[in-house]
Design a protein around this ligand. Sequence first.
Ligand code: ASP
Length: 439
Amino acid sequence: MRKVVKFGGSSLASAEQFRKVGEIIHADQERRFVVPSAPGKRDADDTKVTDMLYACYDLAVEGKEFKEQLKEIKERYQEIINGLSLDISLEEEFKTIGKNFKDKISRDYAASRGEYLNGIIMAAYLGFEFVDAATVIRFDEKGEFDANVTNELMRERLNALDAAVIPGFYGAFADGTVKTFSRGGSDITGSIVARAVKADVYENWTDVSGFLVADPRIIYKPETIETITYKELRELAYMGASVLHEDAIFPVRSEGIPINIRNTNAPEDKGTWIVESTCQKPKYVITGIAGKKGFCSVNIEKDQMNSEIGFGRKVLQVFEDNGISFEHVPSGIDTMTVFVHQDEFMHKEQKVVSGIHRLADPDAIDIEADLALVAVVGRGMKSTRGTAGRIFSALAHANVNVKMIDQGSSELNIIIGVANADFETAIKAIYDIFVLYQL
Ligand code: ASP
């Protein structure tokens, strides 16, 4: 068995946290490939090292003095090195970083040093080989992650090793220029490593005991999800549920490798299993609820729209021409509504309105702002009658007006549009009816 273990920033924020990580790795010989994040927050008021690096590099770009800020970052690492009584020095590394910052090398390079340095410490602490992610994770000329080249490079390198530490979050172009994934991207690195070594499981260690049925900022102590499929997770992650980066499932999905979300501070908890498919029945009809605020609906009316072939294409063409992606397009006989992200749409709204008039010649266009989308996701909904009925009666009882309903034929999710102001009430009403009253 081979396990790839990725540890998030809060799991590596201090020497004390490093020690917990060391115990977890040593407790299981199969945990052989380790992907660390940069040190995260030690407490609520602390700053993540990645954010410190960004801020420090911004000073360098403005031509301002950044020595003090870089020293503070160095101290964060030194504290960990001292706390673990390691016999290593990052002196030379910081000299190089300082020089590269002065030369305004790149913001991605700056941010990547958080993981890079933590990887060096982790490798020394565990006695594992350090593999710089810049040598094994490749981006193409367009800046897109190159899955195939990466898989070859990574496989070749790691197959020759018994155990290794590969820092998360970054890779490089063919010429060695460093590039990062988007924030939280160490989750993606872990998944890439798991694919390359054909791991039996990708363990993603964080500071919660798994994926929650709903956002704990809205629901008091929500239930943990025991097992969730890649597809369900994708729906929930896209709709704002955090824990794992939304792109992290792609590499492991192609190999059917399960992901196990675990808690560094409670390693005995089983966490959440993310799998391709399962015969395990979900505990509740729904697996999870997530959602996002800040949408706009553009409502387009035209008499006899139903018989005008190409009307929908023309409308969507205008959104495409303006570089706006749409979320949902529910339609009636003489109406069509396009849901878009408000912040993407706002400064282009009049261009879009006149563009639709010009291209599709509608009778009227009406824009409604401040809407939220709520996604109710669950593989259990497929075979259960009455799920939609329960959702909408719960919302009606909670006095929430439903503005839009969208259910794909996969029956994996139901998306509901409500006013921003009703967002939390809607989530609570749905959670209560499906989880709380079923407990
Ligand atoms: N350190 C990076 C961030 O803060 C990447 C990660 O932690 O996954 O976004």
